[in-house]
Design a protein around this ligand. Structure first.
Ligand SMILES: Nc1nc2c(c(=O)[nH]1)N[C@H]1C(S)=C(S)[C@@H](COP(=O)(O)O)O[C@H]1N2
Ligand SMILES: [Mo]
Length: 335
């Protein structure tokens, strides 16, 4: 018998959502000769065969199949359907309503793109659009995504570890934090100069991590989901995914990554420091002033309003991988 040791970040079969998604995904992987083989070259047409690839999905923007490796273990997971992952979004640059990013971002230009990694390091670099998907071996990572508004999803991201990228630029000893910035281009991102549409936050969107959080192997630079490049509403061409923190840390459409010596002032923190801490680790014991964080609504194929209330886990369930980063910290103070 073949016994696979699951990577610790994979979800368990038991946390699962709907059966048809599970079965379809398994069929898909089997059909691709994946269950048992090492690598999966997913194609858009293979995805289209799966039942959850529905017409609700925004289709104008062309996503491109990606070559990536996955662990056979991922076939066991039930995912939030692609049609929900790509139509229920927070991306205020394209509007603060959940449906607006998918509607208003379909002409977003992602190629050419420039991502600059600079600051406290020996070898600053600038990557272009093609570098983003060719510089590193891509892998699929199935992560929970927990929004501070108390909804959550399970998403099959594709990407590479931020640590691999940072190692390339050789951070120096003053590099204590990492600051990320989203593209600032109000012509393309109408929310950036329309305060009502853009939810009244300051642009460009800025986020940050402590260097040890950035170097943690769970911290992902994502260039795709569901086997293809990212749709614009999910942060094309490249976004951060930090699965143990509230979703607002996972900044989209990044053009700058800078190594710095001081904790940066980040977008949501600047707006309301009492509501959005710099750390923003998922913590069921520390409520947001407007939302209890004790439980969450898992978005499944059962409809956005299906009853899917589940308990929220400390560090979003990734404590084994990341709790040590906060060993001597009072997480009520540093929320
Ligand atoms: N640039 C930018 N990044 C962003 C946001 C945003 O408004 N602008 N919203 C954040 C929030 S609040 C969440 S929950 C996640 C949502 O990611 P998704 O739409 O891919 O599910 O993106 C995060 N990244
Ligand atoms: Mo969020």
């Amino acid at each position: 018998m073949l016994i696979k040791t699951p990577k610790s970040y994979h979800l368990k079969e038991s946390e699962i959502t709907p059966e048809n998604v599970f079965l379809n995904r398994r069929e898909l992987l089997k059909g691709m000769g994946f269950l048992g083989a090492g690598a999966l070259f997913a194609t858009a047409s293979a995805n289209a065969n799966a039942g959850w690839f529905s017409k609700e999905e925004a289709t104008k923007f062309k996503t491109i199949p990606l070559k990536y490796t996955a662990d056979a273990n991922t076939a066991k997971l039930i995912l939030t359907p692609e049609s929900k992952v790509t139509t229920h979004n927070n991306f205020y640059e394209f509007g603060a309503q959940k449906n607006q990013p998918a509607e208003l971002s379909q002409n977003f230009e992602v190629n050419p793109w420039q991502l600059t990694i600079s600051g406290e390091c020996d070898n600053p670099i600038t990557l272009d659009y093609d570098d983003l998907t060719s510089m590193f071996a891509l892998e699929e990572r199935i992560y929970r995504l927990r929004c501070v508004e108390a909804w959550s999803m399970v998403v099959p991201w594709i990407g590479f570890s931020l640590a691999d990228l940072l190692k390339k630029v050789a951070p120096n000893s003053s590099a204590k934090y990492v600051v990320f910035e989203t593209l600032h281009d109000p012509k393309q991102m109408p929310g950036q100069d329309d305060r009502r549409l853009g939810g009244g936050i300051a642009y460009p969107y800025v986020e940050g991590l402590r260097i040890d959080e950035a170097m943690n192997p769970l911290t992902l630079m994502s260039v795709g989901l569901y086997g293809k490049t990212l749709p614009p509403q999910n942060g094309a061409p490249i976004r951060l995914v930090v699965p143990w923190k509230y979703g607002f840390k996972s900044i989209k459409s990044i053009v700058s990554i800078k190594l710095v010596s001081k904790q940066p002032i980040t977008t949501w923190y600047k707006l309301a420091p009492n509501e959005y801490g710099f750390y923003a680790n998922v913590n069921p014991e520390h409520d947001h002033p407007r939302w209890s964080q004790a439980s969450e609504r898992r978005i499944t194929s059962g409809g956005l309003f299906a009853r899917n209330r589940i308990e929220t886990l400390a560090f979003n369930g990734y404590g084994e991988q990341v709790a040590h980063l906060y060993k001597n910290m009072n997480l009520r103070k540093y929320y």
